[in-house]
Write a protein that binds this ligand. Structure first.
Ligand code: SF4
Ligand code: SF4
Length: 143
């Protein structure tokens, strides 16, 4: 934590993902998409994943032909506090690129955000790109 000259206490900086699961829990129904290349790769190497793809839509329940209401790969820890992805290493690009920007994090109440990030968006965008360097290219300029 840091105390600024105005007496307001801010946390020091954007945190790493804490696996709260909020972003994944919102991906039920038709919130996610996958590229043709991803789908082809799953069909070849991960038929267990491809079975939940229909007409290039993810994730579809093969029994009903309807979207799952909740992502079928999301797992809750036994204490109910953390979430993990069963296909983390081969998850779709939509998931690998999240969070893309600060507005998306605010909308989803992402727990990586600290109050200080909201008073210096340029810095926050740069920090987010640093944290996400292994998952996606930088989102762009820092005006
Ligand atoms: S595929 Fe994995 S990362 Fe994507 S929404 Fe589901 S659990 Fe989350
Ligand atoms: S909402 Fe943010 S902190 Fe929570 S799992 Fe998603 S990226 Fe991580």
């Amino acid at each position: 934590m840091s105390v600024f000259s105005n007496g307001v206490v801010y946390s020091s900086r954007m945190k790493n993902c804490n696996s709260c699961g909020k972003c994944c829990e919102k991906w039920g129904n038709d919130g996610l998409s996958a590229s043709t290349e991803e789908i082809n790769w799953w069909e070849t190497y991960r038929p267990d994943i491809a079975r939940y793809v229909q007409d290039e839509k993810i994730w579809i329940d093969p029994a009903s032909g309807e979207y799952f209401a909740r992502c079928p790969w999301l797992q809750k820890s036994t204490d109910g506090k953390k979430f993990t992805c069963d296909i983390y290493d081969v998850r779709p690009e939509d998931c690998r690129h999240y969070p893309v920007d600060i507005a998306e994090m605010v909308r989803d109440d992402c727990e990586m955000l600290e109050q200080r990030d909201l008073v210096d968006l340029r810095r926050a965008r740069r920090k987010l790109d640093e944290i996400m360097i292994d998952s996606r290219p930088p989102a762009g300029r820092y005006p």
